[in-house]
Design a protein around this ligand. Structure first.
Ligand code: ZL4
Ligand code: ZN
Length: 316
């Protein structure tokens, strides 16, 4: 089995974001890259650029009508794609397509055996629905990755693990009735934080009823709360035996984020990454792709995400 960690980075995905004081500014990529360099990790990972996802790839998750709408509103430049969180700008369609293509490059490299782990900082756009933008997320790279792991790589059981402070509603509802998408999500209780969903009783519907793990936390949950819930994630994954693990490691669950009040330390993110690698190795394939997700305190995102990359390297 091959070793090494692939990092998807560069100007193409760094551009994704919003100006004018928006929390998801285009400076987040650089905040991460500077810390990676400061820790000497940039020389220890393989770097790869993103590419634009194709129309066909986008359509594996999103509706054709929605993709057209994003293209039209991006060209026009002056409307929100949702209720006020996700402004359109010229070039947004392309930037959002690169994020998806970057996550697909990460997934493809892992599936082709070039590396066992890969990380993309500006990815994990988990709120976008099949037919709608939401919460800073235009195209759902995690959702496209799940669909392509099936269509292109022939996998059946895929795990999606999410420790962003916000519930991963775009993934949860898109695969709510699919028992082969394992879903484990730690987030601030929806009574206190956007998007308001992800109650513990939401365990899937239809054939997937009782198969998903939503673990809402009190709004000020700390590392001990994290660790207690994380034990359940590990048991869930070991029992579910996924063929691939997608990890949305949003840094907005770390204490000091301007949008949320969760109080994890960055050790939570490193711990989760290390444990997911151990679980994936235990299943015999080692396949883990990390996606940065949220995180609006630049120090926090830099430390949390470099901690994830370090854990990926240490697991080799
Ligand atoms: C902003 O553009 O709760 C703060 C905060 C400042 C600068 C200009 C002010 C313009 C979004 C948020 C006013 C914009 C007000 N500025 C937007 C109910 C809301 C309706 C829209 O980490 N207004 C909606 C979404 C959350 C709401 C969180 C997390 C993504 C992820 C994965 C998404 N939406 C209230 C806000 C801006 C700002 C724009 C803001 N939005 C804070 N919290 C939200 O899970 C990447
Ligand atoms: Zn978030």
């Amino acid at each position: 089995m091959s070793s090494g960690v692939l990092l998807i980075c560069g100007a193409e995905i760094a551009r994704y974001g919003f100006g004018g004081g928006h929390p998801f500014g285009p400076d987040r990529h650089e905040a991460f890259m500077r810390e990676l360099h400061a820790r000497g990790l940039d020389g220890r990972v393989r770097c790869g650029a993103a590419r634009a996802a194709t129309r066909e790839e986008l359509e594996s998750f999103h509706t054709a009508e929605y993709i057209d709408q994003v293209r039209e509103r991006s060209a026009g430049g002056h409307a929100y794609l949702d209720g006020g969180d996700t402004p359109a700008w010229r070039g947004l369609f392309e930037a959002a397509s690169y994020v998806v293509g970057g996550t697909l490059n990460a997934v493809d490299a892992v599936m082709e055996g070039e590396v066992r782990r890969a990380f993309i900082p500006i990815g994990g756009l988990h709120h976008a629905a099949r037919d709608q933008a939401a919460g800073f997320c235009v195209f759902n790279d995690c959702g496209v990755a799940i669909e392509m792991l099936r269509r292109r790589h022939g996998l059946r059981r895929i795990a999606y693990v999410d420790i962003d402070a916000h519930h991963g509603d775009g993934i949860f509802y898109a695969f709510e009735d699919d028992p082969d998408v394992l879903y484990a999500d730690l987030h601030a209780d929806g009574r206190f934080l956007y998007p308001g969903t992800g109650a513990a009783h939401e365990t899937g519907i239809g054939a997937a009823r009782g198969t998903k793990l939503n673990l809402p936390l009190p709004p000020d949950a700390d590392d001990s709360d994290f660790l207690a819930s994380w034990e359940r994630v590990e048991a869930y994954l070991r029992a579910g035996q996924p063929q691939f693990i997608l990890f949305q490691c949003g840094a907005d669950s770390v204490a000091g984020d301007p949008l949320t009040s969760l109080r994890f330390s960055v050790r939570a993110h490193a711990h989760a990454a290390a444990r997911l690698c151990a679980i994936a190795d235990g299943l015999g394939h080692g396949r883990v792709v990390g996606m940065g997700g949220g995180g609006y305190n630049r120090r926090n995102l830099a430390e949390a995400w470099t901690g994830v990359v370090q854990a990926f390297l240490d697991s080799e």
